[in-house]
Design a protein around this ligand. Structure first.
Ligand SMILES: Cc1cc2nc3c(=O)[nH]c(=O)nc-3n(C[C@H](O)[C@H](O)[C@H](O)COP(=O)(O)OP(=O)(O)OC[C@H]3O[C@@H](n4cnc5c(N)ncnc54)[C@H](O)[C@@H]3O)c2cc1C
Length: 337
């Protein structure tokens, strides 16, 4: 081994060991402080304020510096011991140094920035209810701006997409809205709001026609061309309209296509985190969101707000939908009366 390589090897070895030792002392202290800070919200706030101090920033710098030195010392050892010190390795090492250094020169993001957006009609959620609402709002008031805000991606989130069984609607000969209504009330052990249940059963007939004739859904059919309806839990009549077992996907995809072809503004991956009351107490002035891609806050001021955020599926510990499918704001309307 040539002289300068032997010297370099010894230096890399010493640096590697020294920085490793310092890290071993530093890291337990660091994590102990973190565990202490994250104990409760008040301590976390205090900790975050504390991280603004120069001495804390220097300690953070020291930690990253030690990690970089340790890593580079190790890399150098491997390079000198096993490989000839070629131009490529120098480039690799220079890249690692530049990468570490760049973390200190990148501008700090201002996490308190608040973006603003104005709209006439704001719809929260893009399941079946939200997409239908956007279509109807746009049709009823073509001059108004309609904004669809959702914490996932339009067409990809919400429980509607998961519907496999199908859509209950009284269409068949011998069936009726009254019978569908009674099945719904009995199935709900007489707990459902009866006016709402009636409206649901009555409107199902209108909505399934709209889904087929205006939105473009293809549902399974009988050989005579009538819509196929199958048996479903709690129903005394075969009234479930479906497309194989992909009914939700059919409904959501067709609704999404209709919404995308209209001037409906979309705020995707925007999680609503609070309803903001009007200053004079007359109602809502808008909704506060977190843009989940950037972490920025966005306030959407709206003439009217429609909540189509689905059911509180994750109120229980065992539940099929993942986080983007379930409503996370169910306490808000209760809190606002
Ligand atoms: C596995 C499964 C199978 C089902 N099968 C059937 C069936 O066969 N037949 C049937 O009739 N029903 C079925 N259901 C029930 C049915 O899916 C729902 O009742 C219906 O889809 C609700 O529609 P929705 O538009 O109100 O809500 P969803 O489709 O759930 O849409 C809610 C939307 O709000 C968004 N959202 C929630 N919180 C926020 C927030 N804080 N900020 C921004 N956006 C938010 C969500 O991301 C989503 O886009 C099933 C449900 C599940 C989970």
């Amino acid at each position: 081994m040539r002289g300068h390589r032997r010297q370099g090897l010894w230096l890399a070895f010493a640096l590697h060991r020294a920085s490793g030792l310092l890290l071993a002392l530093f890291l337990p202290v660091h994590f102990h402080v973190l565990a202490f800070a994250l104990n409760d919200a008040a301590k976390l706030d205090a900790f975050l304020a504390w991280t603004d101090y120069t001495v804390v920033k220097l300690a953070e710098f020291g930690l990253v510096f030690l990690l970089a030195v340790h890593l580079l010392g190790g890399l150098r050892l491997v390079a000198l011991e096993w490989l000839p010190w070629s131009g490529r390795q120098k480039t690799l090492a220079a890249g690692a140094v530049a990468g570490t250094a760049s973390t200190f020169v990148l501008p700090e993001r201002d996490m308190t920035a608040l973006h603003r957006h104005d709209t006439d009609i704001l719809i929260l959620g893009s399941g079946g209810a939200g997409l239908f609402a956007a279509l109807h709002a746009q049709k009823a008031a073509p001059g108004a701006t309609v904004t669809l805000a959702v914490k996932g991606l339009v067409g990809k989130c919400g429980c509607t997409r998961m519907v496999q069984g199908g859509y209950n609607v009284a269409l068949g000969i011998g069936d009726s809205v009254e019978r569908h209504f009674m099945d719904t009330i009995r199935g709900g052990k007489w707990l459902p709001d009866q006016d709402m249940a009636w409206r649901l059963c009555e409107q199902a007939v209108v909505r399934v026609r709209e889904l087929e004739n205006e939105v473009g859904c293809f549902f399974d059919r009988n050989p005579d061309g009538t819509v196929h309806q199958k048996a479903f839990a709690g129903q005394t009549f075969d009234r479930t309209v479906h497309k194989g077992d992909l009914t939700g996907i059919e409904i959501i995809n067709r609704l999404m296509e209709q919404v995308l072809s209209r001037p409906v503004e979309r705020l995707q991956e925007h999680r609503a985190v609070g309803l903001v009351p009007a200053r004079d107490g007359s109602g809502l002035s808008g909704v506060l969101f977190i843009d989940m891609r950037t972490g920025d806050f966005r306030f959407v001021r709206a003439g009217s707000v429609l909540m189509a955020t689905g059911g509180g599926r994750r109120c229980t510990s065992t539940t099929p939908p993942r986080a983007t499918r379930a409503w996370t704001g169910w306490p808000w309307p209760c809190a606002r009366g």
